[in-house]
Design a protein around this ligand. Structure first.
Ligand SMILES: Nc1ncnc2c1ncn2[C@@H]1O[C@H](COP(=O)(O)OP(=O)(O)OP(=O)(O)O)[C@@H](O)[C@H]1O
Ligand SMILES: [Mg+2]
Length: 304
């Protein structure tokens, strides 16, 4: 893999502060956030509520600006929204006056200006089918359930086949059965298309099914990336068999231990040698170790 591919997305020294209310002290949500995403890589972010996950995603989407640092895609600063970024928001964001089909097709039409109307509709329907929404194409968002609305947002982001797919807890509002089906679809699509993806989730099993690497964030304010966990589980992965992999529970226990205890103390008592510019990359193993542990230099070549 070339260096350019391993630094498809490069985030350097990112921090975000918000002014204090009524002239009070400014809130620094996170600082010194550094990581890279290789082309075709799937990155998940896990951290407690309020540590700044959605804010980082919004910066990658070009919808927010960092206070310090820079986010680059293909070597260029991400300066504004673009159809190169497909975003699935924490709360679905649909056009209420348009039908389910129109909510997807307007994005497809914007992405493929040279396509015929028939091509646009066929492509949009294909992605609505994928998320199980065939038959409700003509309904408006207000006539759909919460989970169905979220699935329209998912179909729309997939349908534009973006260079970078950004997902903010995309399956949070779905029931367990639908969630499982769409996770399987996402695994399949990402595998087939080598889609590059950045996803926020609170679900460690979901992160382990999907991700090549998981960024663990400390609690905020002034949150940091504490560690980058390599998900050393073979692909293709399936929900029913992945749990039998010898590294499954070592990785899972490492993630849960971080969320339950280490995330609270890490920022104020970082381990010796911790440098937020190069958060350690760890690979929890069946023998109980997290070795090999080495600094993850930003943009370290990685084959997904
Ligand atoms: N526009 C804003 N003005 C002021 N503060 C903001 C703004 N946007 C976000 N914040 C603050 O930044 C912090 C991080 O918010 P963010 O939504 O990124 O957290 P999160 O990690 O996504 O949390 P959750 O898991 O609950 O979704 C919060 O304390 C929030 O109140
Ligand atoms: Mg959020």
């Amino acid at each position: 893999m070339t260096t350019a591919d391993s630094r498809f997305v490069q985030v350097d020294g990112l921090s975000r502060s918000f002014p204090g209310e009524r002239g009070g002290e400014a809130l620094t949500v996170f600082e010194q956030v550094n990581f890279a995403i290789a082309r075709g890589e799937f990155i998940c972010v896990i951290g407690h509520s309020g540590c700044g996950k959605s804010t980082i995603l919004n910066i990658l989407a070009g919808l927010d600006q960092p206070s310090q640092g820079v986010a680059l895609m293909e070597g260029r600063e991400i300066a504004g929204p673009s159809l190169d970024h497909g975003v699935i928001f924490q709360n679905h964001s649909l056009l209420p006056w348009q039908s389910t089909l129109q909510n997807v097709s307007f994005a497809v039409a914007a992405r493929h200006r040279d396509w015929s109307r028939a091509q646009i509709l066929a492509h949009s329907r294909q992605y609505l089918d994928l998320v199980g929404l065939n038959g409700v194409e003509d309904r408006r968002p207000s006539q759909l359930s919460g989970g169905m609305r979220q699935r329209v947002g998912i179909a729309r982001a997939f349908a534009i086949e973006p260079k970078l797919l950004l997902m903010d807890e995309p399956f949070g509002a779905l029931d367990a059965l639908t969630r499982g089906t769409i996770q399987d679809e996402l695994v399949r699509i990402c595998q087939q298309t080598t889609q590059t993806a950045f996803m926020i989730t609170h679900d460690v099993d979901e992160a382990m099914l999907l991700a090549d690497k998981i960024l663990l964030m400390t609690n905020g304010p002034k949150a940091r990336i504490a560690e980058i966990v390599e998900v050393s589980l073979p692909r293709p992965r399936s929900r029913s068999t992945v749990i039998f992999e010898p590294n499954y529970y070592p990785i899972r226990n490492h993630l849960v231990d971080f969320l339950v205890s280490r995330s609270k103390t890490f920022r104020d008592q970082p381990p010796t040698g911790y440098d937020p510019r190069h958060p350690p990359q760890v690979r929890p193993q069946a023998d109980g170790s997290a070795a090999p542990q080495h600094p993850a230099t930003s943009g370290a070549p990685h084959d997904p």
